[in-house]
Design a protein around this ligand. Structure first.
Ligand code: FAD
Ligand code: DLZ
Ligand code: SF4
Length: 505
């Protein structure tokens, strides 16, 4: 009897558990471009195009390997518009007895598939290093779920950068060496650029031109072979300085020494363990220093696995958390409206152009600003989910709701990631070309990050005053002259009022 095998747009891996379970001779793979997935948030057009191109190439690969694939294009007149609708339609068409699928990365779709009126079998997603059970076993009974300890277990489990039972070089974490400010010159040319599928670009431009984001030029890799080329190119040229400049930001330099592989990892075109093994091999061959290699491997087997563990442990209501009670609407600057803040303008402009921003831009510019300004975390979450080509809820939500907005009340972060303009000034050259003055703490030209930093601390005093990691901040605030504190709070309120009125602040 025929069985259907679902392959979603972020499950493009030949060793997907559903494919491994299936029978090539009798089962039918179902892949579908559907409006339901393409519009549940207003995705960046590059993200939609990337997904459709990669899905089409993957279907071609599967057919070449002997699979029978029922592929629905977005403009197919029979298209029902949802993944479950397509499964029901294909089940009737093929006379299928049921569906086998790999667990999706969003509760929304997990629930929809579970409620589908078809006999179905959901398998674990084995493309991760830690299973749900392993994460639960690690997390259960701990007061705090600190990534660092989970990461050490993943090092032991994978054997990556291990010297027997000791960490390579004697330390688990070389982050201290990874905070150099922006370099004067970047001597790595950034990601490889690949030719797109023009049919998909036309389709996406016809249907999604109202979405925020530039569709062209389109340069992403869309096959696993191309993604592998990009990885090799970056290991060769970008990895050696990745650690040093991981937190740096420069005007008109969106990529610096970053790997630009999150899209490919998350869509299934690259395997995380294999990626880390190649990066480790570069270290053993003497081609990259330990601080870079350890820093990179930590992001993948540490942070990436850890945030996934949190998403599934915390459940579907995680995205609705709002521990700090923030309720401001997302300002238009996030959708490209003019702003005098150069750091925001730079980060949003490159997001619009590339559907990409690197970690520190997401955390310490757009995320920091949203947190300081008290923006509703649900709106912030939707924005990040829409505008980045690597965004799926399992990875985006813990980074936004937890790490960036502290809306989960400290499950992920032990203190909020907030900073005044000083941090941005230290790590970038943004402030030099900004209409505001980062040195000014008050006054007409004061950097808004300076005003809002104290405003945040003051309005959340009851919540954070006893946090041992924030004592210093409150001591500095309390030592300031009262009139200065009053001026800062008044000017911050005035600035926020202008923001709410839609002024180009
Ligand atoms: P590099 O800087 O080269 O890092 C290498 C890899 O490490 C990345 O490709 C990624 O797979 C992994 N990684 C690094 N940091 C994290 C992290 N915090 N969580 C998970 N994986 C990590 N990453 C996503 O993949 N999807 C998202 O939707 C996403 N949203 C984010 C939202 C916010 C507010 C923040 C602060 C971070 C977010 N991240 C997200 C993490 C990180 O910013 C991106 O993974 C990274 O910028 C991708 O670019 P890169 O491939 O050049 O990464
Ligand atoms: C992101 C995305 C988009 C834009 N379109 C599709 C689609 O048409 N068909 C599909 O199977 N998957 C798509 N995806 C990826 C899914 O949204 C993703 O599989 C779920 O959000 C679970 O992570
Ligand atoms: Fe951003 Fe303030 Fe620097 Fe301007 S001065 S770039 S607003 S941190």
């Amino acid at each position: 009897m025929v069985r259907l095998v679902l392959v979603l747009g972020d499950q493009l891996s030949l060793d997907l558990s559903a494919l491994r379970k299936a029978d090539k001779g009798s089962d039918v793979v179902v892949m579908a471009e559907v409006m339901g997935e393409a519009s549940y948030v207003p995705h960046h057009p590059k993200k939609i195009a990337f997904t459709f191109m990669a899905m089409r190439y993957f279907a071609t690969d599967l057919r070449a390997q002997g699979w029978s694939v029922a592929y629905t294009r977005l403009d197919d007149p029979e298209n029902t518009g949802t993944i479950t609708g397509e499964l029901i339609r294909r089940a009737a068409e093929k006379g299928a007895a049921g569906v086998v699928y790999t667990e999706p990365g969003e509760w929304r779709l997990i629930d929809a598939l579970a409620e589908m009126p078809l006999k179905s079998h959901c398998l674990s997603d084995t493309r991760f290093i830690a299973s749900h059970k392993e994460f639960e076993d690690w997390a259960d009974g701990r007061k705090q779920l600190r990534m660092e300890y989970f990461y050490r277990d993943m090092r032991r489990k994978t054997g990556l950068l291990m010297d027997g039972d000791k960490p390579e070089g004697g330390k688990w974490n070389y982050d201290h060496d990874n905070r150099k400010p922006a370099p004067d010159q970047v001597d790595f040319e950034g990601p490889l650029r690949f030719a797109p599928d023009e049919d998909v670009l036309v389709l996406v431009s016809e249907r999604f031109s109202g979405n925020f984001g530039d569709l062209r030029p389109f340069w992403f890799a869309t096959t696993s072979a191309q993604a592998q080329e990009q990885l090799a190119h970056w290991i060769d040229g970008g990895l050696p300085k990745f650690g040093d400049f991981q937190d740096a930001m420069l005007n008109d330099q969106p990529f610096l020494y970053h790997s630009l592989i999150s899209f490919y990892l998350n869509a299934g075109l690259l395997d995380p363990l294999a990626v880390c093994q190649q990066v480790e091999a570069a270290y053993h061959a003497g081609n990259a220093p330990l601080n870079a290699v350890e820093g990179f491997i930590r992001q993948i087997i540490g942070w990436r696995e850890y945030v996934r563990g949190i998403y599934f442990r915390e459940g579907p209501d995680y995205t609705a958390r709002n521990g700090l009670g923030h309720d401001r609407a997302l300002p238009d600057v996030y959708w490209g409206a003019p702003s005098k803040m150069n750091c925001m303008t730079q980060s949003v402009a490159q997001t619009k152009e590339h559907a990409y921003a690197h970690h520190i831009q997401r955390l310490m510019v757009t995320g920091n600003f949203a947190l300081l300004a008290g923006i509703d975390p649900a709106h912030v979450h939707e924005w990040y989910l829409a505008v980045y080509a690597d965004a799926y809820e399992w990875v985006e939500a813990p980074n936004v709701i937890g790490m960036s907005q502290f809306a989960d009340d400290g499950i992920i972060a032990s203190k909020p990631y907030i900073s005044s303009g000083n941090y941005i000034h230290k790590m970038s050259n943004y402030c030099g070309s900004c209409a505001y003055r980062v040195q000014d703490k008050t006054g007409e030209n004061a950097c808004p990050f300076n005003l809002l930093y104290w405003h945040f601390l003051d309005r959340h005093r009851a919540r954070f005053k006893s946090n041992p990691r924030m004592g210093n901040m409150y001591r500095v605030w309390d030592r300031m002259e009262e009139t200065k504190r009053e001026t800062i709070l008044r000017e911050a309120d005035q600035w926020l009022a202008k923001l709410d009125q839609g002024a180009a602040v």
